[in-house]
Design a protein around this ligand. Structure first.
Ligand SMILES: [Zn+2]
Length: 315
């Protein structure tokens, strides 16, 4: 067994997920294998007690230029259940997933769709808490209508991941997977913890918002949840570098001291980063795909906490 797998297995056992997993057997008593496309979704499945499996897109590989190999196909074909983001966000999975049954996959909704659903649900319940933030989101959504503007990093949103947990839970129930009561409790506790964390983070930004630039414009869903926004980016959501005009404008923001830091993810073009930031602007690492994160318990809480910690350095 390769070292990495051994290490994962060890972490996984200490996280006491093993007991939960063994009770998750399907009809014939075998342990169902759940596979996710990206690491934040693999962490979601682990936090839900479905066992951790290395995601299809491994650490160090960006989904923006990912292509499927035979080894990936084999893993996808062998999986009892695949959790992914659908053909629009993950086109490289479309072909192989079309060959799996509906029962063997959970397609999480697009970010905008999920947020619209949440807004509708909130209105039904007569909630007017956070009304202001939701109103803003709605306006922004309308602006983009007709552009087919699918967000490529929905997992950065705690609200989205809360919905994803519910969606996966419901899908498991519909597939008659046997969940123990302790597993159901684990899922409920997870949602409660994430919701509490979200509100604590929102309160923090309301008191003092950060002023920052971001290399890769990939934190949009997180920013919307928090009611904050970057003042500019060096590359768009799909990873394409900004033009000269934008770079000049960003450079001006830096020399005018309008921003406190530049968030840099592992995919960044460091020559460009250094050119823009020079020695005056702080560079802060942001781990959008959780490449740096070791697996443990409460993986999603740790992931969002890391995003928040990066942004705090830009206050
Ligand atoms: Zn990206």
């Amino acid at each position: 067994m390769p070292f990495l797998q051994l290490k994962q297995l060890a972490i996984y056992c200490t996280a006491a997920l093993g007991a939960a997993l063994s009770t998750m057997a399907i009809a014939q008593g075998t342990t169902p294998m759940v596979l996710s496309s990206v690491k934040p979704l693999a962490m979601l499945q682990a936090d839900m007690g479905l066992g951790y499996q290395e995601p299809i897109i491994p650490d160090g590989v960006t989904p923006h230029d990912f292509s499927l190999r035979a080894s990936h196909m084999k893993r996808l074909e062998a999986a009892d259940l695949v959790i992914w983001l659908g053909p629009e966000v993950e086109p490289f999975l479309a072909k192989v997933m079309a060959r799996k049954t509906e029962h063997e996959q959970i397609i999480l909704p697009a970010y905008a769709e999920a947020m619209a659903l949440q807004e509708a649900a909130h209105e039904d319940h007569g909630h007017d808490e956070h009304h202001h933030a939701e109103h803003e989101e709605h306006e922004e959504h309308e602006e983009h209508e007709g552009h087919n503007h699918t967000d490529l990093h929905p997992w950065t949103s705690p609200k989205y991941m809360l919905q994803a947990i519910t969606k996966v839970h419901e899908a498991l129930q519909a597939r008659h997977w046997s969940l123990t009561s302790s597993q159901v409790t684990q899922i409920e506790t997870l949602s409660q913890k994430l919701d509490r964390q979200l509100h604590a983070f929102q309160d923090e930004w309301q008191a003092q918002p950060p002023a920052y630039l971001i290399y890769h414009d990939a934190l949009g869903p997180f920013e919307k949840d928090m009611g904050i926004a970057a003042m500019g980016s060096l590359a768009d959501g799909a990873g394409a570098q900004s033009g000269a005009k934008t770079l000049v404008a960003l450079r001006q923001l830096v020399s005018d001291k309008q921003v406190n830091c530049l968030l840099v993810d592992a995919e960044a073009n460091m020559a460009l980063v250094n050119k823009l930031a020079g020695s005056e602007l702080a560079k802060v690492d942001v781990d959008i795909l959780a490449w740096q994160q070791e697996l443990g318990s409460n993986n999603l809480l740790t992931y969002f906490d890391a995003l928040q910690t990066s942004l705090r350095q830009c206050q």
